[in-house]
Design a protein around this ligand. Structure first.
Ligand SMILES: C[S@@+](CC[C@H](N)C(=O)[O-])C[C@H]1O[C@@H](n2cnc3c(N)ncnc32)[C@H](O)[C@@H]1O
Length: 346
């Protein structure tokens, strides 16, 4: 059984994506913020947009105390940890409304498991690596403990491997989330989405690069590029706010983003315009087909629970011949997904 973690309320969306990939969903094992599934063997590992992290070959353990759960986890993973050249540990609660209730207990459980490893597998314990210091080229095995309920945990020990898109799964970051930090100068909190996308992509705008930001107002995304020394063309009929407005490396065009064409190739396409998914997909396809940009971060916004645009978006990326791309609901995304990627060099 593989478990996929998601934001509470998006379990059905993840299940739908997994079913499209031929997986069998185990509804009785579903709890808020996670979906358990039997994947089809011999096909590409699915990478659902609404899942932030996965637990390959997960096992569900029950125990009415932290100590019992810890023993269960230890017994389940001890042989694997003993063999692993390096390993890291995530002990988390799923992303639910009342996650704070479980988070403390999950941390305790993680500590107890760590203590058992230290006591019983001394040498293996020395090979524990903090995930922040782990090498993506030689990733450690990831021991994930997800406390689904106070008396129930999912556990998985797996060495991250590349998806067809090239990204490592499971992610080395707990819950698949990375902290983007704060920016008090940003004109809006929307900057968090694009910063997360840069982290996932492993690159961000650089000094001298050209960035087109479509649907840019009030300027959060534009600011992330300006503050890194890039030049930005921001396309939006709405007003930009300081410190973006009037910036020396900014051109603001009060135009409709769907029909605007850049007069020179851009290094980046950023788009957070509020449009129906079909329009956003058309815009992205036009930009990729014309090779107007190299890297792209495009947010797709949904109304209700019709996510039919997600598989269409994936098909579009294949048609466009991207070098790599990923579609994810990021931590800061609401009922949205963000598509990020790069075209191959010209
Ligand atoms: C969610 S806001 C963008 C927030 C921005 N990324 C930030 O960080 O501050 C969406 C913007 O899209 C703009 N927009 C919607 N449709 C547009 C279109 N067809 N062309 C240009 N801008 C559009 C709206 O005016 C609005 O300012």
């Amino acid at each position: 059984v593989d478990v996929f973690l998601c934001r509470e309320g998006f379990e059905a969306a993840v299940a739908h994506e997994l079913k499209l990939a031929g997986a069998r969903i185990l509804p009785e094992e579903g709890r808020a913020g996670l979906v358990a599934a039997e994947l089809l063997s011999g096909v590409e590992r699915p990478d659902p947009a609404f899942a932030s992290q996965s637990l390959p070959e997960a096992r569900r353990l029950a125990g009415d105390s932290v100590a019992k759960l810890a023993r269960g986890v230890f017994e389940a993973v001890a042989p694997g940890i003993d063999l692993a050249p390096a390993w890291t540990l995530h002990a988390v609660a799923p992303e639910t409304e009342d996650a704070s209730r479980l988070r403390g207990r999950a941390t305790l459980l993680g500590r107890e498991v760590d203590a058992l490893v230290r006591e019983k597998l001394k040498r293996a314990h020395r090979r524990r690596t903090p995930w922040e210091k782990a090498s993506p080229t030689e990733p450690p095995a990831v021991l994930q403990i997800v406390l689904a309920r106070p008396d129930e945990a999912w556990v998985s020990l797996a060495t991250p491997g590349p998806l067809p898109s090239g990204w490592l799964e499971p992610s080395l970051a707990p819950l698949g989330r990375r902290d983007v930090g704060d920016d008090r100068d940003a004109p809006s909190s929307a900057f968090r989405k694009v910063e997360e996308a840069y982290l996932l992509l492993g690159r961000a705008p650089r000094p001298g690069e050209r960035v087109a930001d479509l649907g840019a107002a009030p300027g959060g995304w534009t600011w992330t590029a300006l503050k890194r020394g890039a030049s930005v063309t921001a396309v939006d009929r709405a007003e930009l706010l300081p410190p973006v407005r009037g910036h020396e490396r900014l051109v603001h065009l009060e135009r409709d983003a769907t029909s605007w064409e850049p007069d020179a190739a851009q290094d980046w396409l950023l788009c957070d315009a509020i449009m129906i998914p079909q329009k956003t997909l058309e815009l992205l396809e036009r930009w990729l087909a014309a090779r107007w940009c190299r890297a792209f971060v495009v947010n797709v916004k949904f109304k209700g629970e019709d996510y039919a645009a997600v598989p269409k978006l994936r098909a579009l990326l294949v048609r466009a011949g991207v070098a790599r791309a990923r579609v994810k609901q990021l931590a800061a995304d609401k009922n949205e997904v963000t598509c990020l990627g790069e075209l191959p060099p010209a």
